[in-house]
Design a protein. Structure first.
Length: 241
């Protein structure tokens, strides 16, 4: 009879762990994960597919490129335009597209005159404005020389980039006759006042009618400077030498 209580205690002691082993909360973690996966196979498969798709998209998406700010024409602009804030817009472009001389600030362009026409979206550089930038790429020692043509209407026939011979004649068209002299041969035209009567800040004059600007060597510039006081100046369009 005294053994019965001890046997019951032993049974109670042994039944505790067995019952706990059958409880889902007390199962080992791998067993619980396996049980959850067996009950939610479709959900698990969907989650794995989403994760794989996210990784693929991340691998295929290119890294963001760095950009630089530049100024571009907001519309088609003719040569001679005095640039205003409404004529240019700031654009973001790859840094490799912004070379030396390209303008990035509105203040650098506002009030300047275009030496050549621009298309909408074209980037603006100092070489396209009337000013020292017009000499970009010319040989060392070159000078930008303004010349007033005797026939102001003739400059409608010439545009920046064309080559001209500059000719001086002392004939007045009536009784005085004199030989013509070629002062400079095949000099490139940098700018023309084909919208005569507009002011030019760089030229420092309020009357640009009949003016052109050419790129000349130091020797040519010495002959061209003040040549209009010795006679009448004309140009002749020529091709590359």
């Amino acid at each position: 009879m005294p053994l019965l209580p001890r046997r019951r205690a032993a049974l109670r002691y042994s039944s505790g762990p067995a019952g706990a082993a059958r409880s889902p909360r007390n199962r080992p973690l791998p067993a619980r994960v396996a049980a959850w996966l067996s009950r939610n196979r479709r959900l698990a498969a969907a989650m794995l597919l989403c994760a794989a798709a996210a990784i693929a998209v991340q691998q295929l998406t290119p890294a963001p490129l760095s950009t630089a700010t530049a100024l571009a024409a907001a519309r088609d602009l003719p040569a001679g335009t005095a640039v205003t804030d409404a004529d240019v817009v700031r654009v973001q472009v790859p840094p490799g597209m912004v070379a030396d001389g390209f303008l990035r600030d509105d203040a650098a362009a506002t009030g300047k005159q275009l030496a050549a026409p621009m298309r909408k979206g074209q980037l603006l550089s100092d070489a396209q404005l009337v000013g020292p930038g017009l000499l970009a790429g010319t040989p060392p020692g070159s000078a930008a020389v303004p010349l007033r043509m005797a026939d102001a209407s003739s400059i409608q026939l010439v545009s920046p980039g064309q080559l001209v011979n500059v000719v001086l004649t002392s004939a007045n068209g009536f009784d005085q006759q004199g030989p013509s002299e070629v002062l400079a041969s095949a000099v490139p035209v940098l700018w023309t006042s084909n919208k005569g009567g507009q002011s030019g800040q760089w030229l420092g004059t309020t009357e640009t009618d009949g003016l052109i600007v050419v790129a000349a060597t130091a020797e040519q510039a010495s002959r061209l400077a003040g040549a209009s006081t010795h006679g009448r100046l004309f140009f002749v369009l020529v091709g590359p030498p």
